[in-house]
Each structure stands twice: as C-alpha cells, then as structure tokens.
Design a protein around this ligand. Sequence first.
Ligand code: ZN
Length: 309
Amino acid sequence: MALEGIHHITAITGDAPRNVDFYACLLGLRLVKKTVNFDAPDVYHLYYGDETGTPGSILTFFEFPGAKPGRHGDAMIHTIEWRVASEAALAFWAARLGDANVATERDGGALHFADFEGLRHSLLAVPVDDPPLAAGATDIPPEHALLGFHGVLAYARVPERSAGLLRALGFERGGDTDPHWRVTGAERHAVLEYDPPPSERGRTSAGTIHHIAWSVADDDELRDYRARAMAAGAHATDIIDRQYFHSVYFREPSGILFELASRDIGFAYDEPVESLGEALKLPPQYEPLRDELERRLTPLRNPRTPVAS
Ligand code: ZN
C-alpha cells in the first residue's frame, strides 16, 4: 500500500468565467465538474482534469467572486508542476501562451508561467513511466497536451519539521538534506519540494493554493493513513463525504493543508462521462436550493457544451 501520488490540488479564484477561459480554453483541460463549495454553497467549486477526471490530473478552484489576488508565502504551496511529453511541447506552450499574452520563462526542460491571478505553473518535459493523463482539446495537438501533475513546490521556513509526518505517510527523499520528497504508488508518483520562503507574509486569496490532496484507494486506506498521520502528531478530521471522493484533512507541520482523498468513487458518480461538467451538480443537501443557487451563481458555459443553434 502506498499513496498513489496526487489526487487533486485546490486553489482559489475571484473570477470563475476567466478561470474557465484560462484552464479549459487556453490550457486545454476538461471542465469535469461544475458544483458548489460544499461548505459555502453560494459559490462555485470547479474541477478540471483529463478526459475522464482521473486523480493525478484534477485541479479545482473555489470561487470567491471579486477576491483580490493573494500572495505566496511561508506555509503555502506556490507552484504546480505539470508533465508534458517533450521539449517540442514546451515550445508549443511558449508560443500558445505568448499568443494569449501570458508571459513565460523557459528554463532548460521547464516552462514557467502564471495565470491571470498569479497562480504559478511549471511545465516539465520529464520522461516518466506514469500513465499520461491528457484531455482531448480540439485545438491542442495530443502530443503537446498537459499529462497530469508532476508535483508541487511549497515554501517552508523549517521544512525539517515535516520530515516525521512525511515519512509516516510513505514519502521518501534522497538524503537528509534533499528538499525533494517523493511518493511512489504502483502507477503514479509525485514530488513535494520545500523552498525557503520570501520575507513577506503570504496571504491566501485568489491565485493561491488552498490545499493538496494525496491519492488513496478507498475508505480502508483512508482510515489507515489517517491513523498513521495521527500517530505522527497530526490533528486529522474525521472522514468527510465529498460526493466524488471521501476525504480526511490535516495540516502538515510546515503549515500546508493536506487532504487524503479516495479514488474509488469518481466524477461519473452523478453524470455520464460524455457530459461531465455541463450541468450544475449539487449534493443532495443543496438540491432544495437549486433554483436560488442557479439565480445567484454567475452563468458559466462549459466550453465542451455544444451551443444550441
Ligand atoms: Zn480537496
């Protein structure tokens, strides 16, 4: 038993329509679920991913309409690393992002850029054995598509404080001074790297990352990893039903919010794979509020939904 890399990463946006433009239309991810924040149902929770919403490809956003861009600082994940197949893919993305007026920086086998609210991404041309997780956007050649997460970079003042918990969860590193922690499942692996934080305090808001979820098989594994985290000193929540997965949350000792999420339910739970993300989906407790919520939420068209003629 091992964590199967990353399940999903959740960030914050202040502008859901522009968020869909950036992640679905420009980056070519598929909007696989349009729902609401289960803890605050009057705002969106949007999920992007590969063609079927496979764990390892899922980037989600809570929308806080009008939220100002935040700032990355200590105890926050500051960059998302994605895999692409080749250096040619990096050149494709440099051109495509440039055409959309998104500044990029090429650094060897990596291409760095940020979204319109400052959320930072790096595309890495790294040879890996993990199955590729691509969406099928019509205007992106399949050989250049994003292929799922490689890892994340986080700021931590004293990252050594996290070592005990990470080991308890099965993370490994090359040596005692190696800042790269690696978690290796049967099919997928992921890297968590700690960097020294900037002096300015961080602020969680638009363009920053709220939490990272690591992938477990099912409720049995969720219980087992929850117990491991608690034995290593974490204060973990009970198991929470998130409709498309079950979750446990705790802060790791450097302050980053970790979630463990199960992959045995999935996004086809309440709509067919062919039409993922087209309708607003609500958990049963919010169905009675559907009319009101549909009036209050900014209308959002899934780019995959055919326009009625
Ligand atoms: Zn989550």
